[in-house]
Write a protein that binds this ligand. Structure first.
Ligand code: 5AD
Ligand code: SF4
Length: 484
């Protein structure tokens, strides 16, 4: 058995130990997750472990016996918000004997740990991105031995399989296929807090997707900081003789394209999405795999970050404006129905009006279906933070507003193209705004609200788009009448 498998088995023993101690006590936990889908997926694992111990979930912090924060440090200063929240817990801590556990990306940052140690001594557990699987042991130590636990390591990272998981959605299953990042984009903290790229074995991913399919899931979303580098590190190590493929794990599936093709074969799964690929690694085999795999959505999230070649160089993105646009054209020429979404950062160090205009130019040319826009936020420890030519906040905000106006114009224009068309909708559940209506998504991730019976939840049906709004459509179900 591998060391990682042994480590997970040990934690399963701790789950049982805690379960015995808290038996019949009807204890509750609450969790706050910040950040991206990868963090959400980590939280699903945290919930899986904690619920196996016997805790039940509550949204009300006053009822909780265990409060968990899964933090993110990629953007904005979530620090003040987190510290404010922890401050609020002090009273509850004394009243309810609350256990407070804080984990995730932010805990890999030294200045955060220093502040926690100094001002928030009553926090019980601090865990990092590489020690999430040890939460059962941490909780056991707090309950049984009344210890304070700080379990953070700064390593390249391992892959732990078979952790319990409590999924939030019953329709879409998130599957992390790789961890970490090797790219070191100069604005980004991820490579520092999540370690080096490491991929899960194809067989473990396939098994997880098959399990999702047999539990009724129709959609999977493959997650990673850089999904199209899937298995690149491993294959390089094998080539260089630094690693051996003893069990033939990588013989058949050795790339992201191969993984897509294999997942496409899994019966029961009807939609496959993935986030995020990196433009510099978007190889032809991936384009072919998307084209030839009927279940892979013809909708690609392709982070641009900036439309200026000069800025892209400063950001260490390894492509130019022209190369990005050529890639879009190449994909379109092979898959005419393809649509794109993207991420853009506004106001990175040194961004001039001309650079920003280049970003607007790419947005106009590609006509993205969706753009996730971010104001550059300096991250301690990154190269970007040390760049001298930082942009004043007011300019950043003005540019952000201009980008937002353009993006909304384009989205509104694109939305008109949907009117009168029939779209395949994966039905997710009752609409949040009106529980009598159902909500679902098109292949291009547009939300559609329509009248229908709850029995349709978790199936893919045809819906005609009859009204467009900026962030959702109204639709009408198409009823197929079979003649006798
Ligand atoms: N400031 C603003 N946005 C950032 N992102 C990553 N780091 C930063 C930062 N320091 C954005 C990028 C990335 C998305 C997940 O978050 O656009 O694609
Ligand atoms: Fe950050 Fe760049 Fe890695 Fe994405 S590819 S996680 S932006 S360093």
């Amino acid at each position: 058995m591998s060391e990682e498998a042994e480590a997970v088995n040990l934690q399963k023993e701790y789950i049982e130990k805690v379960k015995n101690i808290i038996k019949n006590k009807e204890l509750k936990y609450t969790i706050l997750t910040l950040g991206c889908q990868l963090n959400e997926n980590d939280s699903e694992k945290i919930c899986g472990m904690v619920e196996q111990m016997g805790y039940t979930k509550t949204e009300k912090i006053e009822e909780a016996n265990l409060a968990i924060f899964n933090t993110c440090c990629v953007r904005e200063n979530a620090e003040e918000r987190l510290f404010g929240k922890i401050g609020e817990l002090k009273n509850l801590k004394e009243k309810n004997n609350l256990i407070i556990a804080i984990g995730g990306c932010m805990m890999q940052e030294e200045h955060i740990i220093e502040r926690l140690k100094k001002s928030f001594k009553y926090v019980d557990i601090i865990f990092g991105t590489h020690t999430l699987h040890k939460l059962p042991e941490d909780i056991f130590r707090v309950i049984e031995k009344r210890e304070k636990v700080k379990d953070i390591v700064d390593i390249d990272g391992y892959v732990y399989e078979n952790l319990p998981i409590k999924r939030t959605s019953k329709v879409t299953g998130s599957v992390t296929i790789m961890y970490g990042c090797n790219n070191f984009c100069t604005y980004c903290i991820v490579p520092f807090v999540r370690g080096r790229e490491r991929s899960r074995k194809p067989k473990d991913i396939i098994e997880e997707v098959k399990k999702l399919a047999s539990s009724g899931y129709k959609e999977v979303i493959l997650l990673g900081q850089n999904v199209n580098s899937y298995l690149c590190s491993e294959m390089n190590k094998i080539k260089q003789g630094k690693m051996q493929d003893v069990n033939g794990d990588f013989a058949k599936i050795y790339s992201f394209a191969k993984l897509l093709i294999e997942i496409n074969k899994i019966e029961g799964i009807e939609r496959i999405r993935f986030v995020s690929p990196h433009p510099k690694d978007f190889t032809d085999d991936v384009i072919e795999a998307i084209k030839n795999s009927d279940k892979v959505c013809k909708y690609i999230h392709l982070p641009l970050q900036s439309g200026s070649t000069k800025m892209l160089k400063k950001m260490n993105r390894n492509y130019t404006k022209e190369q990005y646009l050529e890639l879009i054209e190449k994909i379109k020429s092979k898959i005419p129905e393809i649509k794109f979404s993207t991420d853009i950062i506004v106001g990175f160090a040194g961004e001039t009006e001309e650079d920003f205009e280049n970003t607007l130019d790419v947005v106009r040319k590609v006509e993205f279906e969706q753009v996730f826009m971010f104001i550059y936020s300096r991250r301690v420890g990154t190269v970007g933070d040390k760049m001298p030519d930082q942009i004043p906040e007011d300019i950043k905000h003005k540019r952000f507003d201009r980008l937002k106006t353009l993006v909304e114009e384009i989205i509104a224009k694109n939305n008109k193209n949907y009117l009168g068309t029939t779209q395949k909708i994966l039905v997710e559940g009752p609409s949040k705004g009106n529980a009598k209506l159902l909500t679902g998504r098109t292949e291009t991730n547009k939300v559609v609200v329509f009248e229908g019976d709850e029995s349709l939840i978790n199936s893919i049906i045809d819906v005609k788009i009859i009204e467009d709004h900026m962030w959702y459509f109204n639709g009408e179900m198409i009823v197929t009448i079979h003649s006798i």
